[in-house]
Design a protein around this ligand. Structure first.
Ligand code: CP3
Length: 341
């Protein structure tokens, strides 16, 4: 059987029904995820135990027959691999021992550190249905740096902005190191079976003006150029969440093959300017999925209407929220697949 999503990237043909996957499709809204998560003890242990990480990656594929499967891991495995202390506090989120420069960090162990993740990909390669596209991913340098500098998630990424303001050379050196580590990591993911890659720049929206060019577009482009220099041709989806008027600019300048679009954007206006050689993705508000029912079906219809005739990957504008009833996901998939063509 054909991999719908991968072949869309290869020939830009528009399938009758768009391929579907959802950001955070493996996670706490699924009771079966919570079971395995308990067994693993810590979140990081789940990420690094290949059998368990493979199992939670497969859970939403078995349940919903999505067209693509995203590797179960986290964007904060990179700081961990660089030698920064990373842990997750139950019910709160990630914690890191904050850094202000790359001085205490090293690229030397990235490949060896990521072996368990590569093993997860190899297992997935064996166990996924053949029509399912396997997506690898990493955080984009700016977004990863915001956590490394603050030591946790922040509402406004103030600590990273402040380092950028006060010591731009240390800040740039840190970004450069993350770029190198990410190239190495994604090249390893491709070598172990990833067929498409996504770069998550979840905090792109807090960069504006020239900063958006320097610290969002440039580092994403550097990762992509680095992969292409290594001869890696794997399609790449960029996700500059919150980029507002810079979405299309981002897509063109970074040379991504796919653009993931958050729910705050008017899809119509992005698509007016997006070249039809770049595949669009996303835009459904995760809160529509949380609430389900008629309002969700109307929004789905709207996205399908607006994207008719162009290559589009059905997805949310950000990750599934924890309280989403799993049967709403069934309704979403059925609504898209059973719609009159
Ligand atoms: O199904 C998938 O999408 C694949 C797995 C995946 C996870 N995180 C699993 C996860 C992916 C692609 C990510 C990306 C990620 N991680 C991002 C970028 C996307 C986004 O959401 O903006 C970011 C910023 C992170 C960092 C991170 N990881 C935070 C801030 C948190 C805590 C918040 C939360 O939801 O708990 C995590 C934890 C995390 N990553 C969980 C999962 C399933 C929940 C942890 C748990 O099970 O205890």
């Amino acid at each position: 059987m054909q991999k719908t999503m991968l072949s869309m990237f290869e020939n830009l043909e528009v399938p009758q029904t768009p391929p579907i996957w959802l950001m955070r499709q493996a996670g706490r809204y699924l009771p079966e995820y919570k079971e395995v998560r308990k067994q693993a003890g810590s979140f990081l242990n789940l990420c690094y135990t290949s059998e368990l990480a493979c199992e939670v990656t497969l859970q939403p594929i078995r349940k919903y027959q999505f067209d693509a499967s995203i590797l179960f891991a986290d964007i904060l495995l990179i700081p961990d691999a660089l030698g920064q202390k990373v842990w997750f506090v139950e019910g709160e989120g990630p914690r890191l021992e904050p850094v202000k420069s790359p001085d205490s960090l090293t690229l030397d162990n990235v490949s060896s550190h990521m072996q368990p993740v590569y093993k997860t990909l190899s297992l997935l390669k064996q166990r996924l249905p053949e029509e399912t596209t396997l997506i690898g991913f990493a955080g984009s340098p700016w977004t990863v740096a915001t956590y490394m500098i603050a030591g946790q998630g922040t509402a406004d990424q103030e600590p990273a902005h402040s380092l950028k303001q006060n010591d731009v050379s240390a800040f740039q050196a840190l970004l450069d190191l993350i770029v190198e580590a990410t190239i190495e990591y994604l090249a390893g993911q491709v070598a172990h079976g990833a067929e498409v890659l996504q770069l998550f720049d979840s905090w792109a929206g807090s960069l504006s003006g020239d900063d958006f060019d320097r610290f969002c577009i440039q580092p994403n482009k550097a990762v992509i150029d680095g992969l292409r220099l290594r001869g890696i041709t794997t399609p790449i989806i960029g996700f500059p969440r919150g980029a507002k008027s810079r979405y299309v600019d981002f897509a063109i300048q970074t040379n991504v093959q796919g653009l993931s679009i958050d729910q705050d954007m008017s899809l119509t206006s992005v698509l007016e300017d997006l070249p039809d050689t770049i595949i669009s993705q996303g835009n459904l508000d995760p809160l529509c999925l949380l609430d389900g029912g008629q309002q969700m079906f109307s929004k789905i219809d709207h996205i399908l209407d607006v994207t008719k005739g162009r290559p589009h990957i059905f997805n949310l504008g950000h990750g599934i929220t924890q309280l989403t009833p799993p049967h709403h996901v069934t309704d979403l998939v059925n609504c898209i697949r059973n719609r009159e063509k």
